[in-house]
Design a protein around this ligand. Sequence first.
Ligand code: ZN
Length: 380
Amino acid sequence: MTATVGTDHLIRPHGGQLLERTGPRPEGVEELETIVLTSREMSDLDMLASGALSPLQGFMGRVDYERVVEEMRLASGLPWALPVCLAVDEAPRGDEVALADKAGRPLAVLEVEEVYDYDRQREAERCFRTTDADHPGVARLYAQKPSYLAGRVTVFERREPEFPELALDPADTRARFAERGWRRVVGFQTRNPIHRAHEYLTKGALETVDGLLVHPLVGETKSDDVPAETRVECYRVLLESYYPADRVVLASFPAAMRYAGPREAIWHAICRKNYGCSHFIVGRDHAGVGSYYGTYDAQLIFDEFESHELDIEPMFFEHAFYCRACGQMATPKSCPHGGDDHVFLSGTKVRELLADGQLPPEEFSRPEVAEVLIAAYQPS
Ligand SMILES: [Zn+2]
């Protein structure tokens, strides 16, 4: 475990302490039965290694799993919104197995605790609020192997991060926050390029706290989302040009998208608490996909917990737009004018403009960000 000296003033990790599951490579790993992880399981393993999933120390056993699925709580009663499970075909023979990446390279050892069956339909219904196989998270669940293998993991080789300079573990972000003298930090989850609307939300939140963690998800997403490297470049140019450097940390969030909407909003908030965030921005349809979730479901679900249980404070935001009558960015909460005064472009319209090499209006997108996107949309 990494000591977190000098960061005691920050919010405590979920469950009280950061539990990092890393350790030296044990002898004889090559002889162990090996399980090759899916990309989602790889992301979960890496987050177990870093302590981002504290207090979990491995893939969930049945008692935790059942209570999470039914009640959004671990067996201990601590809030936890989504299963973190390893799917296998059958029970391993030994007491330990090696966990390997796609190439078969072992990264971790799992101490076998139990193997149990699960009901995919019920997990889908409870966690995704739908059993529709067209939902990308449900589709992935349905394609999984039939049993879950539970046990504590020790990761001896971290996977190669896609963006090494953005790969900050919870202990690292906590150290950065402490160095800057921040106590109250708001986390912003995103998987899309940041346009003026998101800039407005993050800056609105930043006005009330000490610092902002821009924490884009770089784990696996649907193939039609904007590629991670393009998005990261957008964040860089936006932060460089429009945010004070001493108030923002940009780091990658290594989770795989589950598209579980409301439950994923809770899960994302808990993870950010481990990274040291005291506040977390939850927009409309956070972590949603298609029309599976109601506009405010991801905000309303926070009411299912007492605020002290989560500790991290959600900050709820409406969609923002530029209003010509107000002469500034606003939301339906703060602007009385009608849609004709609002600069609104659909995602489709924006993509059309960019693909055509045209800058969207400056009220919608910063030109620096639009330039990055235009370059990415041009045929290579
Ligand atoms: Zn207005």
